[in-house]
Design a protein around this ligand. Structure first.
Ligand code: PHE
Length: 355
């Protein structure tokens, strides 16, 4: 019986020290687990002399119950003290004054992107995205702008390595390439996002925003492009009629190419869109060049379509009467409080996010 006494003495001395729940559970399994000290005593019952057996078994059972009681009450004690400690720590001081509640504002550029996305999604465009860091291939070569093409210089590119293989995209047009490489035609997408050029003054910032549009299908022509842009501009500026003109232009990735101006006039020092005889350029567009389609394995004899790139910041400035582009990116809270949008105030022409 001395084995059992030893086990009990050892347990009693262990129980004297402060134990965690996992330590006491370990002790419990050392004793009562499959090969535990107490469990192995039970295996002895079968092998000891018959005269001893009854006494041994009954003493063993008594000690087993005793040990279990000791362990269970220790577990109880530990659990209670953990709960007490937790309650102490998590006590809430309801006398503290509340924190001031600051509701953020939505930046006019984010608001404008949401508006543009919802207008185009109503006429069947889905929204695509591409990374700010692009390959030289997607940004230029695939867009029919080979090395040494003068258009590359015009873009004042930020290159990210000596070999000029990685760059900050100079326009959202590389998303055209990504989209067409990923899927099969038809395509009808817009792609809003950040773009970069090494240029900075009152009307240019090195980071600005564009939204790309691409519609490729069988029998898409310039009339569709004109109709689509006309619809968009009227919806965006919430006007029934708009003055808009297509001016011939050049982009390597479209043929023919055009820039689109909208009519405006100055009234009491403010720009009024849609009237007057002044013109303001807001986007570039054209019919996607057959070489671009070939580069993305789309057969230009079967599929054609149009693309456009709209300057988002300029649209936001026009719609919301903001006259300095740089203020967009100054992170001045007073400016944001004035020009930003309350996230809970839904604008009248807001149709819900399509993304
Ligand atoms: N990517 C051109 C730019 O940044 C705009 C554009 C897009 C023109 C698509 C034609 C077609 O100026």
């Amino acid at each position: 019986m001395s084995d059992l006494k030893k086990i009990k003495d050892e347990l009693l001395s262990k129980l004297k020290s402060k134990l965690t729940l996992s330590e006491i559970n370990q002790i419990k399994s050392d004793l009562f687990g499959k090969n535990g000290l107490v469990s192995s005593q039970f295996k002895k019952i079968g092998v000891i002399a018959e005269s001893e057996r009854k006494k041994f078994a009954s003493e063993l059972n008594i000690i087993k119950d005793e040990l279990q009681d000791l362990i269970n009450s220790k577990i109880n004690e530990i659990e209670n003290s953990e709960i007490r400690e937790k309650l102490q720590k998590e006590k809430i001081d309801i006398t503290l004054p509340e924190r001031p509640f600051v509701r953020g504002k939505i930046h006019p550029v984010s608001q404008t992107i949401d508006e543009i996305s919802s207008i185009f999604s109503e006429i069947g465009f889905s929204v695509e995205e591409g990374p700010d860091v692009e390959s030289e291939y997607n940004n230029f070569t695939a867009l029919n702008t080979p090395d040494n093409h003068p258009a590359r210089d015009m873009h004042d590119t930020f290159y990210l390595d000596e070999k000029k293989e990685r760059l900050l995209r100079t326009h959202t047009s590389p998303v055209q390439i990504r989209t067409m490489l990923k899927d099969k035609p038809p395509f009808k997408i817009i792609a809003p996002g950040r773009t970069y050029r090494s240029d900075s003054d009152q009307t240019h910032s090195p980071m600005f925003h564009q939204v790309e549009g691409l519609h490729i299908d069988k029998n898409i022509n310039m009339g569709h492009l004109k109709g689509c842009l006309n619809y968009f501009i009227k919806e965006f500026f919430e006007l029934d009629k708009i003055k808009m003109r297509f001016r011939p232009s050049h982009f390597p990735f479209t043929e023919p190419s055009a820039e689109v101006d909208i009519g405006y006039e100055m009234k009491d020092g403010k720009i009024v869109i849609g009237e007057g005889d002044q013109w303001l350029e807001i986007l570039g567009c054209g019919m996607v060049h057959p070489n671009v389609l070939k580069n993305v394995k789309v057969d230009p004899t079967k599929f054609q379509g149009y693309a456009f790139g709209i300057g988002i910041d300029r649209l936001a400035m026009l719609k919301y009467g903001i006259n300095d582009l740089r203020a967009f990116f100054d992170c001045d809270y007073r400016w944001l409080n004035h020009f930003g949008f309350d996230p809970l105030d839904v604008p009248t022409n807001y149709r819900g996010l399509s993304r």
